[in-house]
Design a binder for this molecule. Structure first.
Ligand SMILES: [Zn+2]
Ligand SMILES: [Zn+2]
Length: 334
């Protein structure tokens, strides 16, 4: 049996229709018929081999929603016909201290869904069944797909770093990740501030849950001073270098600046951190945290704003993502 997919056959190329042999299903695995897959900036970095880890043919895609088609004989919790989500992680070792403590994303043998194995720009996928998370009925497949990478990437730090309802949270960068972070932080009960370089996002950021909007292009010295020592938690979702000294100055003592965007450098004078200020990073989240996020998103009606493209138009969709013209996530429909 062949699986129809779209793959980059070499670095920086357009994707082409590509068929590969469906591997045999192992006892702990699940085969999923894919219905939707989001396009993440990481997919584009992988196509272009920006991180030097890509293997070709490369089938991108790690914001996957689909229907269980087949289960290995040891799989008890999934049944044919169930709707599931699959994110960046397709497998892990299962027995290291991180796997045993529900932090599988930190496993050194973490297997990314679309590096060295076929990803979600395809009609089917096979993964370790632990990493296929059942989707609550309330969530629609199209706007739940981006939760699998963008969503968990911003939900996880809010949870593991103990963000509380009385806190003031700032989200830096309002794109695929940031527009979900605003919704989550608002539903957590926090006061939420959006930082964006696109002034035209103010109205929408406020609809998504921001109480305040700060334009990174033309903020005045006076306005900034109002926010000195103001934030308990700042979440950076951007891929570019900003004035991180400035953002650290906006943190309260004990405040945290957490990075989830995969890029850039920081250079902070150590004395700025001596009021117990914390700088940290995090990536994705565990299967358990994805399950929790799904339930939270269903309860609070949190959804990605999406633009739908048929799988055959994947190159058009990628072009639009690169041009920064998608508000806020492109999703492929199979
Ligand atoms: Zn991603
Ligand atoms: Zn492990």
């Amino acid at each position: 049996m062949k699986v129809i997919s779209y793959a980059a056959l070499k670095e920086k190329s357009q994707l082409e229709r590509y068929e590969y042999d469906k591997p045999e299903l192992k006892d702990n695995e699940v085969e999923v018929k894919i219905t939707h897959c989001g396009i993440c900036h990481s997919d584009i970095h992988l196509i272009d081999n920006d991180w030097g880890i890509s293997k070709y043919p490369l089938i991108p895609g790690h914001e996957i929603i689909g229907i269980v088609e087949n289960t290995g004989k040891n799989v008890k919790h999934l049944k044919k016909g169930m709707r599931v989500g699959i994110g960046w992680q397709a497998d892990s070792c299962g027995y290291c201290e991180y796997c045993l403590s529900g932090q599988e994303q930190l496993c050194s043998r973490n297997q990314p869904t679309c590096i060295g194995r076929p990803g979600g720009f395809a009609h089917a996928i096979i993964v370790n069944s632990k990493f296929a998370i059942p989707l609550p009925d309330e969530l629609e497949s199209e706007n739940a797909a981006p939760l699998l990478c963008a969503g968990i990437t911003v939900y996880n730090p809010l949870r593991i770093y103990g963000v509380k309802p009385y806190m003031k949270v700032g989200v830096i960068g309002i794109g695929g990740l940031g527009h979900l972070a605003l919704q989550f932080a608002n539903a957590f009960g926090c006061e939420v501030t959006a930082f964006s370089s696109s002034k035209d996002k103010e109205e929408e950021a406020k609809k998504l849950g921001a109480h305040n909007f700060i334009s990174l292009i033309d903020i005045s010295e006076k306005e900034l001073n109002r926010y000195k020592n103001y934030f308990d938690f700042l979440l950076s979702t951007v891929f570019v270098d900003l004035d991180w000294k400035l953002f650290v100055s906006l943190l309260k003592p004990n405040g945290r600046l957490n990075f989830v965007g995969a890029g850039g450098n920081i250079n902070i004078p150590i004395p700025m951190l001596l009021n117990n200020k914390i700088i940290s990073g995090s990536a994705i989240g565990s299967p358990g945290m994805i399950k929790e996020m799904f339930e939270f998103a269903a309860r609070h009606q949190i959804k990605a704003k999406t633009e739908l493209f048929p799988l055959e138009k994947v190159n058009e969709a990628i072009y639009k993502v690169k041009e920064n013209r998608v508000r806020y996530r492109a999703v492929l429909k199979m």
